[in-house]
Design a protein around this ligand. Structure first.
Ligand code: NAD
Ligand code: ZN
Length: 345
């Protein structure tokens, strides 16, 4: 089969690779029909994630069709259309019982990280029963792919950890696919104001179409000053960081109101300055973490009810074998006005 393989910092190749087979009785082999490129793949390619070793197939978002199941798999059979969770988990260990799937003692593997991923014709999914979701015939597969990672990330780590409540004023920093997923899922909780903050005016424009009530462009305005003007000097109830750099975490610390929350979603490669001396006196909650994809069943229901359409995040489509061209576009997202890039097998 063909797969997109990481070959060390700055090196990727579309190569012929052995098709995966059943290794453990709980494995499921899925034939990929749609996958994506994610910002995390770009981090890996830069060499920012040393745990990923050369030879690894990248990708952790996708839908497909079950090709083969191990003898212990109960919920799936060949031919079933499935949504793939970016985290694989046994569902039975103490952490899985608390829905901390990313911390499964027999997995918690992110596809395309410590195990081979979805940017290939086939992928092996360990613990298939707990790591795949059946999808109804005729479902919008582009919308579904957004449920592999970004939508649960936005909901779990941004909105739920931040405890967004009806009427709240919230700020989301970073209008990439993850920040946009925060924006879409925050609306389940009817916040009063959603201020989207980014440096890219095109992304801010899109954020308005997706429900942001206000936008602020870093570099054009003093974001902290503007937020204080908007909130009668109180600050925002919830500040959600969806970039992963010290500057944006710092903005969160400055704009959060007394009794408010900072929900950090971004993956930080560098330490941030934590101003406990200022946050303590303001009674601030700070949260962060890795997505567990434990909200996927809930998100599937919201898709079915038509409450949200994350398929709108898709801006570009390629054939799977055109993946190197797709990386070129996604790697220059601002220039290409790209948000989510879909690869069709
Ligand atoms: P992205 O790079 O597509 O988007 C980031 C956005 O931030 C861009 O629109 C960019 O213009 C903006 N930005 C960059 N620097 C900025 C600055 N100084 N001020 C304001 N805006 C700035 O990334 P993404 O795919 O949307 O992911 C966002 C973050 O979420 C990344 O750090 C990613 O690794 C992380 N992530 C976390 C989890 C998790 O489990 N917690 C899961 C997936 C992704
Ligand atoms: Zn487990």
């Amino acid at each position: 089969m063909k797969a997109l393989v990481y070959n060390g910092p700055g090196q990727k190749d579309w190569v012929e690779k052995e098709k995966p087979g059943i290794d453990k009785p709980t494995d499921v082999i899925v034939r990929i029909t749609k996958t994506t490129i994610c910002g995390t793949d770009l981090h890996i390619l830069k060499g920012d994630v040393p745990a990923v070793t050369p030879g690894r197939t990248l990708g952790h978002e996708g839908v497909g069709v079950v090709e083969e199941v191990g003898p212990a798999v109960r919920n799936f059979k060949p031919g079933d259309p499935v949504l793939i969770s970016c985290v694989t988990s046994c569902g039975a260990c103490p952490n899985c019982k608390r829905q901390l799937y990313a911390h499964c003692s027999d997995g918690g593997w992110i596809l395309g990280h410590l195990i081979d991923g979805t940017q290939a014709e086939y992928v092996r999914i360990p613990h298939g029963d707990n790591s795949l979701y059946p999808i109804p015939d005729g479902a919008d597969e582009e919308a579904l792919v957004m449920l592999s990672d970004i939508m649960p990330t936005g909901l779990e780590i941004g909105v739920q950890y931040g405890k967004v409540k009806p009427g709240d004023t919230i700020a989301i920093i970073g209008a990439g696919p993850v920040g946009m997923s925060v924006l879409l899922t925050a609306q389940f909780y009817s916040p009063g104001k959603i201020v989207m903050i980014d440096m890219d005016p095109a992304r801010l424009e899109l954020a308005k179409q997706f429900g942001a009530t206000d936008t602020l462009q870093v570099g054009e305005v003093d974001v902290v000053e503007e937020i204080m003007k908007m909130t009668d000097d109180l600050g925002v109830d919830v500040a959600i960081e969806a970039v992963g750099v010290p500057a944006t975490f710092d903005i969160c610390q400055k704009i959060v109101s007394a009794g408010g929350a900072i929900a950090n979603v971004g993956v930080h490669g560098k330490p941030v300055e934590l101003h406990i001396e200022e946050l303590w006196i303001k009674n601030i909650n700070i949260s962060m973490g890795l997505v567990n994809t434990n909200t996927t069943p809930m998100l599937l229901k919201t898709l079915n009810s038509g409450k949200v359409n994350p398929g709108r995040l898709v801006t570009h489509r390629f054939k799977l074998e055109e993946i190197l061209d797709a990386y070129e576009v996604f790697g220059n997202a601002a220039r290409e006005k790209a948000m989510k890039v879909i690869l069709n097998a």
